[in-house]
Design a binder for this molecule. Structure first.
Ligand SMILES: Nc1ncnc2c1ncn2[C@@H]1O[C@H](COP(=O)(O)OP(=O)(O)OP(=O)(O)O)[C@@H](O)[C@H]1O
Length: 357
């Protein structure tokens, strides 16, 4: 498999809403495991030579293993991948915004064809193994990663301490090295002003809420990422069961609030959804943020059965297709912000018309 297959398609596995439980609200699940090599400085202390040795150790482990999940992956270092392609990976959520800025030969990614497995090399840790699936599937993500992790551990000497667990570059990840997270779409709780209260409650339960692209990013279009804050003193299964339970409760509250809003203020809700659809299908110039706000309303309309014929999968794909790097890749050239806003309006219109057929 070549990474270019993935770069040239909009689709990645987490978008496939029909395959994920509770995908009317839980867009995607992600689990990541942070791993480091014993006696090697953490990535922020690596020079190019030592960093390249880390890549080579990982490459050797990958080549030696005959494990099916690893055989289906490609390994690419970022000196071989232009900035636009790294931004494409970031917009698909497969690497962090910081990692996409790196162009050194010792920074890179291992990824499979549908992007369900994406491992960042020398980001904050030597290896960050990630699995992404649609809907609420945290345990499935963890199980897939566990298979890969066990296999890599046969060939890599991980920094592990009997008492502390996996050692990581940031102390907040020591122990399991695991962050489990769900990306949630919560328009009804936002409209009814309940989000602050819910987020305060989940903070007290050891969870953190982040924006659309993770740490230090904004929650545009009512998309929020909920993840565990604690990595030490709990097993991976406990963390996942805990987050799954909290997510199920939020899903329930969002569903009940959607029903209530529709019952109590049907004209306002239908009006809001209809206007959003009208703007998306008629506008000539559209910023990313404006598009995300209207897409959030349209997605609510689809989930409530007010807009017919559009599939949630198509909307997940559109959220990514309208980002700056995807627009420029499609146009085959660099574009100024205004040019992108014009192109974005065009792409949205074209895709909505195609998806509704
Ligand atoms: N459930 C999810 N679905 C899709 N993408 C996600 C999900 N959770 C996180 N991501 C993506 O993963 C990337 C990293 O997210 P984030 O910064 O929250 O985690 P992290 O790097 O593992 O945490 P930390 O740096 O605090 O150890 C971001 O691009 C984010 O959008």
């Amino acid at each position: 498999m070549s990474i270019h297959d993935l770069l040239n398609q909009n689709f990645v596995a987490w978008m496939d809403a029909e395959k994920g439980p509770a995908s009317d609200i839980v867009i995607s699940s992600r689990v990541r495991l942070a791993r480091n090599l014993r006696l090697v400085p953490f990535p922020h202390l690596l020079d190019e030579k030592r960093g390249n040795q880390v890549v080579e150790e990982i490459r050797k482990a990958w080549k030696k293993s005959g494990y099916h999940e690893l055989l289906a992956m490609d390994l690419v270092t970022f000196n071989e991948l232009p900035l636009l392609d790294r931004k494409i990976l970031m917009e698909k959520h497969l690497i962090s915004p910081e990692h996409s800025e790196a162009s050194a030969s010792f920074k890179g990614i291992m990824v499979n064809k549908d992007g369900s497995l994406a491992f960042m090399i020398n980001e904050e840790d030597h290896l960050r193994l990630q699995c992404f699936l649609p809907g609420l599937q945290l345990m499935e993500c963890y199980n897939r990663l566990q298979g890969v992790d066990d296999e890599l551990e046969k060939y890599l000497d991980y920094a592990f301490d009997e008492k502390r667990g996996y050692l990581t570059s940031c102390p907040t990840n020591v122990g399991t090295g695991m962050r489990a997270s769900v990306m949630l779409h919560l328009p009804a709780l936002a409209i009814s002003g309940q989000l602050n209260r819910i987020f305060q409650n989940v903070n007290q339960l050891g969870m953190t809420v982040r924006g659309l692209y993770g740490e230090n990013t904004d929650a545009v279009g009512n998309f929020y990422q909920l993840s565990n804050q604690i990595t030490l003193g709990q097993t991976e299964e406990d963390i996942i069961n805990n987050l799954t339970g909290i997510t199920e409760q939020i899903v329930e509250q969002e569903r009940l609030t959607r029903e209530r809003l529709l019952k109590e203020m049907p004209y306002q809700i239908e009006d809001r959804i209809g206007r959003a659809y009208g703007i998306l299908t008629n506008a000539r110039v559209m910023t990313s943020n404006e598009a995300m706000l209207h897409l959030s309303d349209v997605r609510l309309g689809v989930d409530l059965g007010i807009i017919k014929g559009l599939k949630p999968f198509a909307l997940n794909e559109l959220i990514v297709a309208l980002r700056p790097a995807h627009l420029q890749k499609k146009a085959g050239k660099e574009m100024e912000p205004f040019e992108r806003d014009v192109k974005r309006a065009e792409v949205i219109k074209e895709k909505l018309a195609r998806y509704q057929k």
